[in-house]
Design a binder for this molecule. Structure first.
Ligand code: MN
Ligand code: FE2
Length: 297
C-alpha cells in the first residue's frame, strides 16, 4: 500500500470550490428528505379506483424501480472503494451521500408497496432483458472494481451505473410515472417521492458525468470506450420500452407510448453529448464546472 498523505492538515486542505465538494454540500442541504415522512393515505384510496390494467402497469414500473434501487444500493461500494484508494477525498465525501440516498430510494418503493398492500412476488415483472441489466451486467461490472481499478474499469462502471441505469433507465421510469399518474391526478405520495428521487438522481448522474469527463480528460482514449459501451447498452433500453408498450397504441392511462420511447432516445443522445464536451478541456475546467452546466436540479 502507498504511504498515506493526509490532505486536510496539509496546505491543500479541502478543494472547497471543486465540483464534487460543491455537490456534497448540495446533497447535505437538499438530500435529507425522509421516505418515512411521506403520507400515502390518498395513494391507498386511489389504488382502489384504478383499473386492473392500470394497476398492472404501475406495479410493473414499481417492481423495476424497487429491484433497481436495491441493486444500485448493493453495487455502489466497489466504486467508492476505488475512489477512496486513489485518495480522492472530496469525491468520496460526496459518495457517502450517494449511498445513503440509494438506501432511502430502496426504502421508499417498499413503503409504497406496503401502503397499497402488495405482498406478492413481483419478480414476474422482470423480463429477460431487465434481468440481463440488473441481475448480471450491473453487479458484474461493479464487482470488477474490487480487483481492477484501472481507469478503463472505472469508466465502464460509471457508464453502466450512472449513464445507463440512472441516466437512461431511471430517468425514463420517472417520465413514465409522471406521464401516467400526474396526468390522471392520482397517487400524490408516490409522485412526491419520485420528485425527491429525481433531484437526488440528478446529483448521482452529475457525479458520473464529472467522473467520466475527468477520466476522458486524463485518458482521451476512454471516450471511445464510453461510446462503445453506450452503443452496446442502448438496444436493451429500447427493448425494455417495447416490452412496456406491449404493442398498445394507447397506454392504460390514455397517453401515447411513443412519448416514452422518444424520451429514452433523447436521454441516450444527451448523455453522449455532455460527455463529448470533456474532449479538449483542461482538467481545471472539469473541476470548475457549474451545477447547471451538468444538469443538477
Ligand atoms: Mn436511486
Ligand atoms: Fe442514484
Amino acid at each position: 500500500m502507498d504511504k498515506r498523505t493526509i490532505l486536510t492538515t496539509s496546505t491543500r486542505g479541502l478543494l472547497e470550490d471543486s465540483f464534487p465538494y460543491r455537490l456534497y454540500q448540495k446533497a447535505k442541504r437538499v438530500g435529507t428528505w425522509n421516505p418515512a415522512d411521506i403520507d400515502f393515505s390518498q395513494d391507498q384510496k386511489d389504488w382502489q379506483t384504478m383499473t386492473a390494467e392500470q394497476k398492472e402497469d404501475i406495479l410493473k414500473l414499481i417492481s423495476m424501480f424497487q429491484a433497481g434501487e436495491e441493486a444500485v444500493t448493493l453495487d455502489l461500494l466497489p466504486l467508492m472503494m476505488a475512489i477512496a484508494k486513489e485518495g480522492r477525498l472530496e469525491e468520496e465525501m460526496f459518495l457517502t451521500t450517494f449511498l445513503f440516498e440509494e438506501a432511502k430510494h430502496t426504502e421508499f418503493f417498499r413503503l409504497v408497496l406496503n401502503a397499497i398492500g402488495e405482498t406478492g412476488d413481483l419478480s414476474r415483472f422482470h423480463s429477460d432483458t431487465y434481468k440481463k441489466i440488473f441481475y448480471e451486467i450491473l453487479p458484474e461490472t461493479m464487482a470488477r472494481l474490487v480487483s481492477d481499478q484501472s481507469p478503463e474499469a472505472v469508466a465502464e462502471a460509471s457508464v453502466v451505473y450512472n449513464m445507463f441505469v440512472e441516466g437512461v433507465m431511471a430517468e425514463t421510469g420517472y417520465f413514465s410515472f409522471y406521464n401516467s399518474l400526474e396526468t390522471a391526478g392520482i397517487m400524490p405520495g408516490l409522485l412526491e417521492g419520485i420528485g425527491n428521487l429525481k433531484r437526488d438522481e440528478s446529483r448521482h448522474i452529475g457525479y458520473g458525468t464529472f467522473l467520466l469527463q475527468r477520466l476522458i480528460c486524463e485518458h482521451p482514449h476512454i471516450y471511445d470506450l464510453v461510446t462503445a459501451k453506450m452503443g452496446e447498452l442502448a438496444p436493451m433500453a429500447i427493448q425494455i420500452n417495447q416490452e412496456g408498450i406491449e404493442g398498445r397504441e394507447v397506454s392504460s392511462f390514455g397517453g401515447d407510448p411513443d412519448e416514452v420511447m422518444n424520451f429514452t432516445m433523447k436521454q441516450l443522445a444527451v448523455r453522449m453529448e455532455v460527455l463529448g464536451r470533456a474532449k479538449g478541456k483542461k482538467i481545471e475546467e472539469i473541476y470548475k464546472v457549474s451545477d447547471s452546466e451538468i444538469g443538477i436540479l
